[in-house]
Design a protein around this ligand. Structure first.
Ligand SMILES: [Zn+2]
Length: 387
C-alpha cells in the first residue's frame, strides 16, 4: 500500500515538475514570440498606415482639384451680408491640408480618441470648476459683449458685437452651453488675429499655412450644393439646438443670434471662456467632396498640447468632442472615420472651457429642418453625457 502511495506521489511530483518545466518553457517561448510579434507588427504597421493615408490623400487631392471656390458663383445668397463670397474658411482648408500632409493622421486620431476617453473621467473636475465662473449674473435675453479685462480679450480684433444669454425656465441644470453658429461676421476675412496667444506659428496648414502666425479673423464659410451659405445653416442649427438645450434645462449663450455678429473667433472664444461652461462651434466642412462624408470634431493636434491654455484644456476639449460624436452616432448621424480630425484652430488655442468645433457634414449633407433636428438631438445627448 505504502509502495503504491509512494509511487503515486512520485508520479505526481514528476508530472508537476514536467508540467512546470513545460509551462516555463512555453512562457519563455511565448515572451519571445510576443516580442517578435510586436516588432513584426510595428514594422508592418507603418506601411499599412501609410497605405491608408495615401489612399485618403489621393481622394482628398482629387477632391481638391475638382473643388469649387467656396461661395463663388452662388446666386442664392439668403443672408443680406455677402462677405463670404469666394472665400474659403480657414478651418475647411485646414481640413484638406491636414489630410494631405499628415501621414500619421490615422494614428494621431486614434491616440487622441484614446486620450480623450481617459480625459473624460477626469474632466468632471474641470467642468465643475468651469461652473464657478460668475455667469449667474446675466439675465434671460441679456446681450453680452467682450469685456476687455478678460484674459486674451486683447487679442480679439472684431469686438463690437454681442452674444445673447437664454435661461432655461424649468428643469434647470445650472450649466451654460455656449452655442457658436460658425461664420457670419461681415468683414471678418479682411482682418487677421494671432493664431496662438503666445504668438507661435500654426502647426497645421490652411489658408494661412502651417508656420503662419496670423489667421483670418472670421472666414466666410462654404456654400452648400443647393447654394445655401454655411452661415445660414449654422444659424438655423444653432437656433434648433438652443431650443432643445433650453427644453432639457441648459442655459444657452448664443454667440451669434442673427445673420451677423461683429465678434471674431478670438472674441467668441473669450466670451465663452468667461460666460459659458462649454463652447460648441457649429460648422459644415468645405471639402469639395461629391458625397456626404459625415460628422467629425476637430481635435487638438499634438503640436500645441504643450502650449497654454491648450495644455491645461485639450483633454476636456477632446472629451467633449467625443461625447458629441457619440450622441450624433446614437441618433443615426453618419460619422466620418473615427469621428475626429486634428487641426490647429484659433478656437481651441484660446479656450479655457471645454471647447469643440464640430463639423456636421459638408456641402452634400442634408440640411433640411428634420435633418437639423436630428443632429440637435444627437448634440444634446452628447452634452448630457459630458456634464
Ligand atoms: Zn465652417
Amino acid at each position: 500500500m505504502k509502495r503504491i502511495t509512494a509511487s503515486i506521489i512520485t508520479g505526481i511530483m514528476i508530472f508537476c515538475l514536467s508540467a512546470c518545466g513545460s509551462s516555463n518553457t512555453e512562457k519563455d517561448s511565448s515572451i519571445v514570440s510576443e516580442s517578435r510579434d510586436t516588432q513584426t507588427s510595428e514594422k508592418t504597421k507603418e506601411p499599412e498606415t501609410q497605405t491608408v493615408s495615401e489612399s485618403s490623400q489621393t481622394e482628398e487631392t482629387q477632391a481638391d482639384e475638382s473643388r469649387p471656390e467656396d461661395g463663388e458663383g452662388s446666386q442664392t445668397v439668403e443672408e443680406s451680408q455677402k462677405s463670404g463670397d469666394g472665400q474659403d474658411e480657414e478651418e475647411n482648408q485646414d481640413t484638406d491640408e491636414n489630410q494631405n500632409t499628415d501621414e500619421n493622421q490615422d494614428t494621431d486620431e486614434n491616440q487622441n480618441a484614446d486620450e480623450g476617453q481617459g480625459a473624460g473621467e477626469s474632466q468632471d473636475a474641470g467642468s465643475s470648476s468651469a461652473g464657478e465662473t460668475d455667469n449667474d449674473s446675466y439675465g434671460d435675453g441679456q446681450q453680452i459683449g467682450l469685456d476687455p479685462s478678460w484674459e486674451y480679450a486683447e487679442y480679439a480684433k472684431i469686438t463690437s458685437g454681442e452674444a445673447v444669454m437664454y435661461r432655461a425656465s424649468s428643469n434647470r441644470k445650472g450649466i451654460v452651453v455656449g452655442v457658436n453658429a460658425g461664420h457670419g461676421t461681415s468683414g471678418g476675412e479682411s482682418v487677421k488675429t494671432l493664431c496662438h496667444p503666445d504668438g507661435s506659428p500654426k502647426t497645421t496648414g490652411g489658408t494661412t499655412g502651417a508656420g503662419a502666425v496670423k489667421a483670418i479673423a472670421v472666414s466666410g464659410g462654404m456654400t452648400f450644393d443647393d447654394g445655401t451659405p454655411e452661415s445660414t445653416v449654422t444659424l438655423k442649427m444653432a437656433k434648433i439646438l438652443k431650443s432643445r438645450l433650453l427644453a432639457a434645462g441648459y442655459d444657452v449663450l448664443m454667440i451669434r443670434d442673427d445673420s451677423d455678429v461683429q465678434l471674431d473667433n478670438v472674441a467668441r472664444t473669450v466670451i465663452c471662456n468667461n460666460v459659458a461652461d462649454c463652447h460648441i462651434a457649429l460648422h459644415w466642412d468645405g471639402d469639395g467632396l461629391s458625397y456626404d462624408k459625415g460628422c467629425f470634431y476637430i481635435s487638438v493636434p499634438d503640436g500645441i498640447k504643450d502650449m497654454e491654455p491648450v495644455a491645461s484644456h485639450w483633454r476636456e476639449d477632446d472629451a467633449l468632442g467625443q461625447c458629441l460624436i457619440d450622441g450624433l452616432s446614437a441618433c443615426g448621424a453618419k460619422i466620418n472615420g473615427g469621428g475626429s480630425m486634428s487641426i490647429d484652430l484659433t478656437q481651441t488655442s484660446y479656450s479655457t472651457v471645454p471647447s469643440v468645433d464640430i463639423e456636421l457634414g459638408n456641402a452634400c449633407s442634408d440640411h433640411s429642418e428634420s435633418a437639423l433636428e436630428n443632429l440637435a438631438d444627437g448634440l444634446v445627448m452628447g452634452v448630457e453625457s459630458f456634464f
